[in-house]
Design a protein around this ligand. Structure first.
Ligand SMILES: [Zn+2]
Length: 68
């Protein structure tokens, strides 16, 4: 599982949503629950681009994360 600096994670926001909601890390993705997109984390670097986003329903999240 990707490891992100908590301070970096705290300042990251969804690039699609105007309200810039905070992102939650789920495994190797950063998830925006506002627009239900998952941004892949590659080599510990999150790809926060609309073109890279995957619909949340198409991402296999760990079961304990899915239960939110
Ligand atoms: Zn969003």
């Amino acid at each position: 599982m990707a490891v992100l600096n908590p301070e970096l994670l705290a300042i990251l926001a969804c690039p699609v949503c105007e309200e810039r909601p905070p992102l939650e890390q789920c495994g190797d993705y950063l998830v925006c629950y506002t627009c239900r997109r998952a941004y892949p984390i590659r080599d510990d670097i999150p790809a926060l681009l609309e073109e890279e986003a995957i619909p949340l329903d198409e991402v296999n999240l760990p079961p304990e994360e899915e239960a939110r």
